[in-house]
Design a binder for this molecule. Structure first.
Ligand code: NAD
Length: 275
């Protein structure tokens, strides 16, 4: 199974499809990640917040796969700001993961109440320049928060934002695409909270003999989003991976584009309010 690859604006190549690990407990994460590697996954999304970096790192190290074949993303939580805090927390993540470098390090949220972001972002650039991180990016920086980052002249490789067919964040996607910042869609399946199995997506799934989750994931991939749906169930982890082989027609893609509800489609916190 060939997972599509994307070239980031810093020249690095990222697997466009991977495994999310939010709410995967540390006790289960090693098994889940190893099972995913066996199926062909090569990209794992974790975070300081998820408290499973240790198990994710164990899986990476015990997989037997060459380190350079695996893409590991982790994220800095909102209470760490400024050079000293960022460097100290980065060291902790690296140590928990048990790795020499991280492929992608993200500022998890803009957290506007926690002070200016510039020094934190410049420290990310220095971690990259020192070879400790291959790519740097942001998460939940929508069109209101991206300009502060872009104005530093250090362009993020990705912006990881909440995005599903009902919440397409077009304003943010437009700003990002001006700078060739790739969009990573978190909650790509609507976090299991939306009934995509009826209506447009359910119909397409029936027509092509796929599941609704596969149709949603195939849409993301066709629209250029990097995705890492989360499941701890082997059958679903495999089902999601098989979506990388699915090709939707232009008409089907456009039908899904039309499901955007704008702001009403948001499932999780507004970045202006998450601190
Ligand atoms: P998701 O959209 O991936 O949904 C996960 C849920 O969908 C599962 O718990 C399960 O209930 C269901 N599901 C998964 N596969 C399915 C299938 N084949 N059929 C039916 N149901 C299925 O939501 P998510 O986990 O919130 O997002 C994915 C990843 O994005 C996370 O695990 C995490 O790594 C990342 N994330 C990042 C942020 C951020 O702030 N940067 C926030 C949330 C999540």
């Amino acid at each position: 199974m060939a997972i599509p690859q994307l070239k980031l604006n810093d020249g690095n190549i990222i697997p466009q499809f991977g495994l999310g690990t939010w709410q995967v407990p540390n006790e289960d994460a090693e098994r889940v990640v190893l099972e995913a590697f066996e199926m062909g996954y090569r990209h794992i999304d974790t975070a300081e917040l998820y408290m499973n970096e240790e198990a994710v790192g164990k899986a990476v190290r015990s997989s037997g796969l060459p380190r350079e074949e695996i893409w590991v993303t982790t994220k800095l939580w909102n209470n760490h700001r400024g050079k000293r805090e960022v460097e100290a927390q980065f060291e902790k993540s690296l140590k928990l993961l048990g790795l020499d470098y991280i492929d992608l390090y993200l500022i998890h949220w803009p957290a506007p109440n926690n002070g200016p972001i510039e020094e934190t972002w410049e420290t990310f650039a220095s971690l990259r320049d020192r070879g400790l991180v291959r790519s740097i990016g942001v998460s939940n920086f929508d069109e209101r928060f991206l300009p502060a980052i872009l104005n530093t002249g250090i362009i993020p490789a990705v912006d990881q934002i909440e995005l599903n067919p009902q919440f397409q964040q077009r304003a943010t996607v437009d700003v990002a695409s001006e700078y060739d910042v790739k969009i990573e869609a978190w909650g790509p399946l609507g976090r299991g909270k939306i009934d995509f199995d009826s209506g447009v997506i359910g119909n397409i799934a029936q027509q092509i003999g796929a599941t609704w989750a596969q149709v949603v994931l195939a849409w993301h991939i066709a629209r250029g989003h990097i995705v890492f749906p989360k499941s701890v169930h082997k059958a679903r982890v495999a089902e999601n991976l098989a979506a990388t082989e699915l090709v939707l027609s232009d008409a089907q893609l456009q039908q899904i584009d039309a499901l955007d509800l704008g702001e009403a489609g948001r499932l999780s916190g507004d970045p202006a309010l998450v601190n």
